[in-house]
Design a protein around this ligand. Structure first.
Ligand SMILES: NC(=O)c1ccc[n+]([C@@H]2O[C@H](COP(=O)([O-])OP(=O)(O)OC[C@H]3O[C@@H](n4cnc5c(N)ncnc54)[C@H](O)[C@@H]3O)[C@@H](O)[C@H]2O)c1
Ligand SMILES: O=C(O)CC[C@@H](O)C(=O)O
Length: 409
């Protein structure tokens, strides 16, 4: 097991939003016992108080790691988003601080695809409104507005990990699948790429959104886009709440332009299960409202816990940053018979030369060296003899442009 310049029991790991026990198990197996665990997200004040002493923080989609919070997190070494989305973290600011952000890009994608498939069937059959009526004592036994999914067209917007899996699942029901993506994508099954979103929306019986939150996807579906959709079609959003203009959707449901919708994500979501959920969609029986649970299955959460905790423990133990979303990616095996120095710096010309010069002047032998950069920062990993490591660390710290350094024995 790697020795650290800081003992492992002094490394504080802050876990928020009830991340799965599998994450705690991974950290404990890796020797990290100083874990502060919270079942819910923390308000900004409490978050700042807890994150101040934390070396690693793990969160899901509710916690906002903005500039104000990150500025107070002076000891922070790494961030783990125990989900796919990373929009809740100010990634650029974290990068400037030299803090890599990791996520779980695949682990819950099947869960989302399965939920959406189920919603497609339910909405085509008009089940949400029949269910709601039955709960109120009504009885809506009629084939009116009730259809099979077979033979209908599914339009997927954002044909990534979720969109592709949904497409394959929908084809097994006999649906025709078309998709729109800003990238040219390999079509799986018989799916067909459509190069205009407007055209896709006018062809599909059900449109399902699977795009990330970006400036381009902000309110991507509003009144004008809904107007292109087929009369009596269905809209599903399990991506991010900012993608759909909810007022426009509510009025399309009321006017019966759309026959139904399923929405899992909202522009403003309650901070905890004890807070009230407000939405213009409340009370519309043909809209399935779910509390951002697309990826919330036992299978997904357990796998995410293992994946993200594993990435954080690895970065802590040996400096590996593979799959970090805001940071130069370096894949490193465990170091043996040497100490490893990690140097994060502003990406300016000549820094590596300066480090090498400083080491040469002090007679520090470099056993291995790795460098990766982004436009903003550079990440150098060096291996030196352990008896020269402290001296090497001092030399590195003195280099102009250094953001932070770490020493792993
Ligand atoms: N509801 C949930 O619980 C839940 C769970 C997991 C993921 N998500 C959300 O779903 C999103 C998609 O997940 P994924 O794993 O499929 O991501 P992904 O990155 O694999 O796929 C996203 C796709 O969207 C495309 N895209 C990006 N911008 C676009 C645009 N403006 N127009 C059209 N296409 C665009 C990309 O090229 C990519 O193919 C995530 O970003 C996350 O926000 C929600
Ligand atoms: O678990 C969560 O809170 C977020 C789930 C989902 O939106 C994701 O981004 O993976």
């Amino acid at each position: 097991m790697a020795k650290h310049s800081l003992d492992k029991d002094k490394i504080k790991i802050l876990l928020l939003e009830g991340v799965h026990q599998s994450a705690v198990d991974v950290f404990k197996r890796a020797g990290y016992s100083n874990i502060e665990y919270h079942k819910a997200s923390l308000g900004e004040e409490a978050l700042i108080a807890s994150i101040k002493e934390a070396h690693f923080v793990g969160l899901r989609s509710r916690t906002q790691l903005n500039e104000t919070v990150l500025s107070q997190a002076e000891k922070l070494v790494g961030i783990g988003c125990f989900c796919i989305g990373t929009n809740q973290v100010d990634l650029d600011f974290a990068e400037k601080l030299g803090v890599p952000v990791f996520n779980a890009p695949f682990s819950n994608t099947r869960s989302v695809a399965e939920l959406v498939l189920g919603e497609i069937i339910m909405l085509f059959r008009g089940i949400p409104q029949r269910n709601a009526m039955a709960h109120r004592g009504g009885w809506l036994k009629s084939a009116q507005g009730s259809f099979e999914a077979r033979g209908k067209t599914l339009g997927v917007i954002g044909y990534g990990h979720i969109g592709t899996q949904l497409g394959i699942l929908a084809e097994t029901l006999g649906m025709r699948v078309i998709f729109f993506d800003i990238e040219d994508k390999l079509s799986l099954g018989n799916a067909q790429q459509i190069h205009s979103m407007q055209e896709l929306m006018s062809l599909a019986d059900v449109v399902s959104l699977h795009v990330p939150e970006t400036p381009q996807t902000q309110n991507m579906i509003g009144e004008a886009e809904i107007a292109y959709m087929k009369q009596g079609s269905i809209l599903i959003n399990a991506s991010r709440g900012t993608v759909v203009d909810i007022d426009a959707l509510a009025s399309a449901i009321r006017s019966e332009k759309l026959a139904g919708a399923a929405i899992d994500v909202f522009p403003v979501e309650p901070k905890s299960n004890n807070d009230e959920f407000f939405s213009p969609l409340r009370g519309l029986d043909n809209v399935i409202l779910t509390p951002h649970v697309g990826g919330s299955t036992q299978e997904a959460q357990e796998n995410i816990g293992i994946e993200v905790a594993g990435k954080l423990a690895k970065y802590s133990d040996n400096g590996s940053t593979m799959t970090a979303v805001n940071f130069p990616e370096v894949s490193l095996a465990q170091h043996k018979n040497a100490s490893r120095l990690l140097h994060i710096h502003h990406n300016r010309p000549g820094i590596l030369i300066k480090i090498n010069q400083a080491f040469a002047e002090k007679g520090i032998n470099i056993a291995a060296q790795y460098l990766q950069t982004t436009a903003e920062i550079g990440y150098v990993v060096m291996e030196v003899d352990s008896d020269q490591a402290e001296e090497a660390l001092e030399q590195m710290k003195a280099i102009e442009g250094t953001i932070r350094t770490r020493l792993l024995h």
